[in-house]
Design a protein around this ligand. Structure first.
Ligand code: NAI
Length: 259
């Protein structure tokens, strides 16, 4: 590869939850690095707007309405990926939802299921349906977006923490199972990042401003993260620069879990 050639030239990447926040930033970064992008989201217009923008700036991208909790949607998006771009090399299982700050003694089973369904079932289904396409290419890279809350707990976030902890060990199991296939599987663990998801979670608190200050103070670097800072890690794990990394947990948290 020449110095000037983008790191992901010729690669095809599918990013779930690509219409907003970390997914959007990751899609932008992967596209800037030369990958063709399949943008998945239940927010079809948001994903379509990003696809148009990437194409207008010389990238390759398509947007597909896709609910990560639905096996049929996964079958369809993988088929469309192969049809449009010839295969799949990179899967970013990013789509996720927050809990609603409900204590365990008041947490409905339906609410528990809704969080687990998107954040954990969605990642399982991504692996399950994208796996054969990655294998066909002779290998690839899967990046599963977990959280610091997949490593440490938080009161009022039991379902979210359980889902993200599940993503860590699901990733490690997949990494071991697929190492012989040269499919690398890693998880990323962001601290609190300025995105609509965090805004929504803060709005569920009585004192949103006070809660925000507490969150900032919990990050030794003295601020929340930016989506681009997580996208940089996603792009690194997607590339051959991370060729000896699989089953790892990449923490990007301003020092939150160092304490
Ligand atoms: P966001 O709310 O800005 O974006 C999430 C996107 O996922 C949205 O576009 C939404 O429409 C989409 N989505 C939701 N349910 C979906 C479904 N069933 N199928 C397909 N798409 C769906 O959120 P953000 O902050 O960018 O989060 C992305 C990921 O990063 C999530 O997995 C989240 O748990 C994780 N994360 C976020 C952190 C943060 O502080 N923002 C910290 C650690 C992890």
């Amino acid at each position: 590869m020449s110095e000037a050639e983008p790191k992901l030239a010729g690669k095809v990447a599918l990013v779930t939850g690509a219409a907003s926040g970390i997914g959007e930033a990751s899609a932008r970064k992967l596209s800037a690095n030369g990958a063709a992008l399949v943008l998945s989201d239940i927010n079809e217009s948001g994903a379509a707007a990003l696809a148009s923008e990437l194409v207008a700036t010389g990238g390759k991208a398509i947007a597909i309405r896709h609910d990560v909790t639905q096996p049929d949607d996964w079958e369809r998006i993988i088929a469309l990926t192969v049809e449009n771009f010839g295969g799949l090399d990179i899967l970013v299982n990013n789509a996720g939802i927050p809990g609603d700050n409900t204590g365990l003694m008041d947490l409905d089973l339906s609410k528990w299921h809704s969080v687990l369904s998107v954040n954990l079932d969605g990642v399982f289904l991504g692996l399950r349906y994208a796996g054969p396409a990655l294998e066909k290419r002779g290998g690839g890279s899967v990046i599963n977006v977990s959280s610091i809350l997949g490593k440490v707990g938080l009161p009022g976030a039991a379902a979210y923490c359980a889902s993200k902890g599940g993503v860590s060990l699901l990733s490690k199991s997949a990494a071991l199972e697929w190492a012989p296939l040269k499919i690398r599987v890693n998880s990323v663990h962001p601290g609190f990042v300025e995105t609509p998801l965090v805004d929504q979670a803060l709005q569920n608190h009585e004192d949103a401003a006070g809660m925000r200050e507490l969150l900032v103070a919990a990050h030794p670097l003295g601020r929340l993260g930016q989506a681009e800072e997580i996208a940089n890690a996603v792009a690194f794990l997607a590339s051959d620069e991370a060729s000896f990394m699989t089953g790892s947990e990449m923490v990007i948290d301003g020092g939150y879990t160092a304490q």
